[in-house]
Design a protein around this ligand. Structure first.
Ligand SMILES: NC(=O)c1ccc[n+]([C@@H]2O[C@H](COP(=O)([O-])OP(=O)(O)OC[C@H]3O[C@@H](n4cnc5c(N)ncnc54)[C@H](OP(=O)(O)O)[C@@H]3O)[C@@H](O)[C@H]2O)c1
Length: 255
């Protein structure tokens, strides 16, 4: 963990399709980045991607669903005397080719364990991270959470794509959205520290998650890109107001 003169951002989910683009943009803008995920091999590969300024690795797997892991990270940051200026929550579960399976299973057909795992990842994981990181954050910092536009759209019965809006992912994102907005209320730890809590909610992002999906099941509004999401994150970090935005495809019909 580096100097105290540079602003430090912790990116949770830094090795993901979106998290790694955000990490690259932050490094290019001169921020120190602490990259967090579970798989150390993927984190080492991420470091290799960048030649001059590189993200810092924590040195062990951090699972956001385990409070003891997030406590460990907070203690480590505290011991190093680093003040965190911003936290980006880009944790997710968007495996290659996963979309077809997701859309074929309505929430009524999902096993409770799967639902439990997604709730652990989104609302509970975010809660673990936000609570602990606020203790080591600078006043006037930022927490940026990636959510999903899917929890904002109405379901249109009969359209294959609309099943996604009633999936277990959508339910977990809706719960995450409630937790994020809770941090914007008066007299939370975040508001006392004047930390802005941003919600960036992308529509479908062109990632390997959609690989192999039948075209008729793809989102009719098209895709946005990890770069467009990363631009919104950087823009939120430059601002002085909490951002709550949906990131839609730049060109409708980009499939
Ligand atoms: N892709 C899309 O179409 C889309 C659309 C709308 C919104 N989003 C938002 O963007 C987020 C990221 O999406 P993505 O496509 O980049 O996902 P992704 O490629 O699956 O990446 C997920 C990242 O989270 C990490 N992670 C997963 N479980 C974790 C855990 N328990 N503890 C710590 N880290 C964990 C992964 O690394 P490890 O597995 O090594 O831990 C990886 O770095 C989503 O969750 C969602 O909020 C995505």
């Amino acid at each position: 963990m580096r100097s105290k003169n540079t602003k430090t951002v912790v990116v949770f989910g830094a090795t993901g399709s979106i998290g790694r683009v955000i990490t690259g943009k932050l490094l290019a803008e001169g921020f120190d980045v602490i990259a967090v995920a579970r798989d150390q091999h993927k984190l080492s590969k991420l470091r290799e991607l960048f030649s001059v300024r590189r993200p810092t690795m924590v040195g062990r797997s951090i699972d956001v669903t385990r409070r003891s892991d997030v406590d460990y990270l907070q203690d480590l940051i505290d011991q190093k005397g680093v003040q965190i200026w911003a936290v980006v929550y880009a944790v997710g579960n968007f495996p290659a080719g996963g979309f077809t399976r997701e859309i074929s299973t309505p929430i009524s057909g999902v096993h409770g364990k799967e639902l439990e795992e997604l709730f652990a990842l989104y609302p509970v994981g975010f809660q673990n991270v936000a609570q602990r990181m606020l203790l080591v954050m600078e006043e006037g910092g930022h927490i940026v959470a990636l959510s999903s536009a899917m929890s904002r759209f109405a379901n249109t019965p009969g359209e294959p794509w609309s099943r996604w809006h009633l999936s277990h992912h959508a339910a977990a994102f809706a719960a995450l959205d409630r937790i994020i907005s809770g941090y914007g209320r008066a007299r939370t730890a975040a508001t006392e520290k004047k930390v802005l809590v941003h919600r960036i909610a992308p529509a479908a992002v062109r990632t390997h998650f959609y690989d192999g999906a039948p075209p008729e099941l793809l989102p009719p509004s098209g895709f946005t890109t990890p770069e467009a999401v990363a631009r919104e994150v950087l823009s939120a970090l430059r601002g002085t107001e909490a951002v709550d935005t949906v990131v839609m495809p730049e060109q409708a019909g980009d499939r």
